[in-house]
Design a protein around this ligand. Structure first.
Ligand code: IVH
Length: 677
């Protein structure tokens, strides 16, 4: 049907008007027209589109129209979506700027774009010829998932940019989040309807953008703030990030109104502190500030580490603290029988999650805190770390109504009833050994874990179930599990059972360090297991080693040597090793010791300091050792290099004083990448 020109113009105008009001309403919270007027604009548009068959994916009438998808399609990011390095204090912020100036060989002040670090989910939006073509999650940074169907339902994200430019591609990146008000209302409605209670805004947003059905996603009032540009073709961008923000805002994209341009790191720090001050008044959750070198050319010069740009830094806010009541203390039994007190807390929302229990580590800690059941306490949680009871609130009249009870170590193991024995200064241990189901469960979990035998699918819950049902009672029993046995368990399909059995089969081909670590010898972590394996080459030599030869291994002191010897002198343990080998567990032997000279870091001593954010310290240590380096605990003139993660303090200063090479975490990861390939 030939559509009159006048209608085409009206449809076009309506679409633009609707997008304009959407933006005012959703990203600027400043509606110009009443909801009823907005609804009538949308109705008129829908009428015209239906009557004249003008349906178009890029029309604002089509946001929630899509059908549910069957599954997610993988999307490869043409330019990797990096993550951010983090600092936690002023000193680290200054060393960030010093590093920048050193690299840029400049003394001049650097201009930064400062933005809130929004606590949401990173996404990429791809606009081709000005029309939203695809939205994807960050995923692992290289490959994400196509979430276009859900992102189209977010009213503040334009389906078309203004103006729509032909022959252009522009990829916009940013954070999708649920604001505090949206979260509150969602829970109020859900509660009224008897639905589920959402735990926190971030998880709710993450769940919404990963819905298969866009109609479900549309029920969550998601928002987005754009914070960078990825792939660009056919457009010349301004020379600074702050100007890019102004430009993309004109295109209709939502950018954070609380951003600011600051000159020099001291001004950035002021920005961070002011932001922290108003954190609770913001309409959305943040966990810090992000500081980015504003000038794109300087960004180019600084480049990236393996995982993060050198020109950007997240300043993470201090941990959040809340008060709650200790309802009870229970005792958990670990793999080697250690008894750990765990506090059951009145649930409290702190640092973005609801905390209802947390470890108290040991009886000494309880004494140090002066803690009793029934006390009100302060709980602290920073980032992703385990929440911690930091202090008991002295009685102040509003203390809990619970009767106060002293916390006493049980005389018998809560899992098997064996006697509890004191071990050293602070630890208590269950004396039950192999008969204790809790120790058995924990040692099987350890054996199957990722750094040990790496049996995918054999998770903690499943192991507990298998031990409780007496299907397995030792690690060797894992290798007798059948598909039928697993498939007969509740909520376990034939397919998952088959996958687990193949993962078990696959785990039989392992390495000596993994196997040694999996055995769970006291104090033998991943790094020591690797040292033992490379020093002795074959398991038989480790079994036969006396204390004298064990302490020759770097990292192994007399106490650990004793533990190793006790473990291998135990007939049951030797029997277990034979049984596992009989089941087919095998590994290639390692040339013992002498090939060290061929290793790239042979003769070098590394010191790790600060918190490593992107890999556990044990992994970093194991990797360095595998490359031939020694890992020391303190900096001296013999140190070759100091790896300084966020929070590094005196060791980093000493290294700088002594002129020792230092690497930040990103540079360290890049080095490992280079040397391992
Ligand atoms: S920039 C080029 N800016 O933080 C660096 N990230 O820990 C890419 N985030 O994955 C990130 N607010 O999800 C940047 N204003 C902001 C941010 C921000 C939140 C998130 C983002 C990223 C994570 C890094």
């Amino acid at each position: 049907m030939a559509v009159p020109e006048k209608i085409l113009r009206e449809v076009d105008a309506l679409r633009q008007q609707i997008e304009h009001h959407n933006r005012l309403y959703h990203s600027q919270d400043a509606p110009e027209i009443p909801d009823a007027d907005f609804d009538s604009l949308l109705r008129r548009l829908e009428e015209l589109e239906t009557h004249y068959q003008l349906l178009d994916e890029a029309s604002p009438s089509q946001r929630v129209g899509g059908e549910a998808i069957a599954g997610f399609t993988q999307v490869r990011h043409e330019i990797a979506m990096l993550s951010l390095s983090k600092v936690f204090d002023e000193a680290d912020l200054h060393s960030f700027e010093s590093r920048l100036k050193k690299r840029l060989e400049t003394e001049s002040a650097i201009q930064y774009s400062c933005e809130p670090k929004v606590d949401g989910i990173a996404v990429s939006l791809l606009y081709r010829d000005g029309v939203l073509e695809r939205a994807a999650t960050r995923g692992d940074g290289v490959t994400g998932e196509d979430i276009t169907h859900n992102v189209r339902t977010i009213s503040s994200i334009p389906l078309q940019l203004v103006p729509k430019k032909k022959n252009t591609v522009v990829e916009i990146r940013g954070e999708i989040f649920l604001d505090k008000d949206g979260f509150k209302k969602l829970n109020e409605t859900s509660e009224k309807e008897g639905g589920k209670i959402f735990v926190n805004p971030r998880n709710t947003a993450a769940g919404a953008i990963r819905q298969l059905d866009p109609k479900r996603a549309a029920k969550i009032p998601l928002k987005m703030y754009c914070y960078s540009v990825g792939l660009v073709e056919g457009i010349e961008l301004p020379k600074t990030l702050s100007e890019i923000f102004t430009l993309i805002e004109k295109w209709g994209l939502p950018v954070n109104p609380d951003r600011s341009v600051e000159n020099g790191i001291d001004a950035c720090l002021k920005y961070c502190l002011a932001l922290l001050e108003k954190r609770n008044d913001l309409s959305y959750e943040i966990d810090g500030a992000v500081l980015k070198v504003d000038d794109s050319e300087l960004q180019q010069q600084l480049g990236n580490n393996a995982r993060s740009p050198r020109w950007a830094m997240a300043y993470k806010f201090p941990a959040e603290e809340k008060s709650t009541t200790v309802l009870d203390v229970e005792f958990q039994v670990g793999r080697t029988g250690t008894i750990t007190p765990v506090a059951r807390l009145e649930p409290v929302f702190v640092g973005g999650v609801t905390v209802s229990n947390t470890t108290l580590h040991n009886m000494d800690e309880i004494e140090r805190l002066g803690l009793k059941i029934g006390n009100r306490v302060i709980v602290r949680r920073a980032g992703d770390v385990i929440p911690k009871v930091v202090k008991v609130i002295p009685d102040d009249g509003i203390e809990s109504k619970l009767e106060k009870r002293a916390i006493l170590i049980p005389k018998t193991c809560p899992a098997c009833g064996s006697a509890v024995e004191k071990d050293g200064e602070v630890l208590y241990r269950c004396s039950g050994g192999i008969i204790c189901p809790a120790q058995r469960k924990e040692s099987i979990k350890h054996f199957a874990s990722r750094s040990a035998m790496d049996i995918e699918g054999l998770g903690n819950k499943l192991i507990e179930l298998l031990v409780d049902k007496e299907i397995i009672s030792s690690v060797a029993d894992i290798y007798t599990l059948t598909v039928e046995q697993l498939a007969s368990l509740e909520r376990m399909g034939e397919k998952s059972a088959t996958n687990i059995v193949s993962a078990i089969e696959k785990s039989k081909q392992t390495t000596l360090p993994r196997f040694l670590f999996a055995l769970g010898i006291r104090e033998v972590g991943e790094a020591t297991a690797l040292q033992l394996a490379t020093h002795f080459g074959i398991l038989e030599s480790i079994i036969a080693a006396d204390l004298e030869s064990l302490v020759q291994v770097s990292d192994v002191g007399p106490i650990m040597a004793e533990h190793i010897q006790v473990f291998f002198r135990n007939e049951d343990n030797i029997g277990l090793i034979k049984l596992l080998q009989g089941c087919g567990v095998t590994w290639p032997s390692i040339e013992p010791g002498h090939d060290d000279s061929a290793k790239p870091l042979q003769g070098e001593t590394y010191v790790l300091t600060g918190s490593l954010e992107q890999m556990p310290r044990s992994e970093a240590k194991a990797k360095l050792i595998a490359l031939g380096a020694k890992v020391a605990g303190s900096v001296s003139k013999n140190t070759s290099c100091v790896v300084a993660g966020p929070g590094a303090g005196s060791k980093l200063l000493k290294a700088e004083e002594l002129g020792i090479k230092t690497l930040d975490e990103g540079e360290f990861i890049a080095l490992l990448d280079d040397l391992s390939s």
